[in-house]
Design a protein around this ligand. Structure first.
Ligand SMILES: [Zn+2]
Length: 309
């Protein structure tokens, strides 16, 4: 099946699978369901058109800064060896012409993969429950880019934990106030779930989140959710193609293989939710699964053109 056909299939099944996914809690089993959608406007218009705008090209955010703790440089074999890992291939330069172009107004696109021929995948980490200092050390050493989708009430006891991760160039995005299952709550509540989280994350981290992810992927393709996202500021709904468990990934593709541009979901989780494994062990296994398949990890925001201010 070609990519276009695959995307159409995932759009079709996203709603049903999201409901299945919702049966598991995010802190234990997860946003691990197969919620997925291609890059389509959620307003019901056809999938064929690009949501491109005339917005001038600009990056969605800052580049990674130097390690504040003087950790090893990216690609440093010693850094990877410290974590008992084989280095990933280096990511190619960020594309000048971004495959995803976001508009300043109107319906927001919903996507679970980025159209690119670069042999890269994108890692996203959700919720924010586990705040393991070792994970900050790990990302400082390895410089693997991640995008964080944080839930306000799960991170509000320690907003500061995520600031060193942000300082590495990683972006923070919106994952609601309290992890509500969006299709089960009325439109006004969906709006407050997104807008209140947007306000808190903007205040804490200094930048309005550009992207939104509904818990469990639930409701992603509904008009009510799309409207709420538009009212609150994020300009896209981001789902996923693979979901990291403890030792392996759950794939939506029948052949259980990564594809260029796939978005991978993981969670900030610790031993309580990982059968004794730590966040860094889980993340190391995630990187090993990606390395085995020959992919680099690129920064999602490097492939997205933010709307013109
Ligand atoms: Zn979640």
């Amino acid at each position: 099946m070609n990519r276009h056909a695959r995307s159409r299939t995932t759009v079709y099944v996203a709603g049903a699978l999201a409901l299945l996914a919702a049966a598991t809690g995010c802190t234990s089993g997860g946003d691990s369901g197969a919620a997925s959608a291609a890059l389509v406007p959620a307003s019901g218009s056809p999938a064929s058109g690009s949501p491109a705008t005339a917005a001038p090209s600009r990056s969605a955010g800052p580049s990674p800064s130097a390690s504040p703790t003087g950790g090893p440089a990216a690609g440093d074999a010693a850094a990877w060896a410290k974590w008992h890992l084989t280095p990933l291939p280096p990511a190619p330069p960020a594309p000048a012409d971004k495959p995803v172009k976001l508009a300043r107004t109107g319906p927001v696109p919903v996507f679970s993969e980025v159209k690119t021929s670069d042999k890269v995948v994108f890692v996203t980490i959700d919720d924010g429950a586990e705040k393991d200092p070792k994970f900050v050390e790990m990302l400082t050493d390895l410089k693997v880019p991640v995008s964080m989708f944080l839930t306000r009430d799960i991170v509000k006891d320690n907003y500061g934990y995520f600031k060193p991760l942000q300082a590495l160039g990683n972006h923070i995005h919106n994952h609601t106030v309290d992890h509500a299952q969006m299709s089960k709550v009325p439109p006004e509540k969906q709006k407050s779930e997104i807008c209140d989280a947007q306000a808190a994350l903007t205040q804490q981290y200094g930048t309005p989140p550009l992207l939104f992810r509904p818990p469990y992927g639930d409701g992603a393709n509904t008009p009510a959710l799309n409207t709420a996202v538009q009212q609150c500021g994020p300009r896209a709904v981001v789902l996923w193609r693979e979901s990291m468990q403890i030792h392996d990934m759950q794939y939506q593709a029948a052949d259980k293989k990564l594809r260029a541009g796939d978005i991978v979901l993981a969670h900030f989780r610790g031993p309580k939710d990982l059968k004794g494994e730590t966040m860094t062990q889980m993340f190391g296994e995630l990187l090993a699964r990606i390395q085995e398949q020959g992919f680099a990890v690129a920064r999602l925001e490097d492939y997205i053109e933010a709307p013109a201010a």
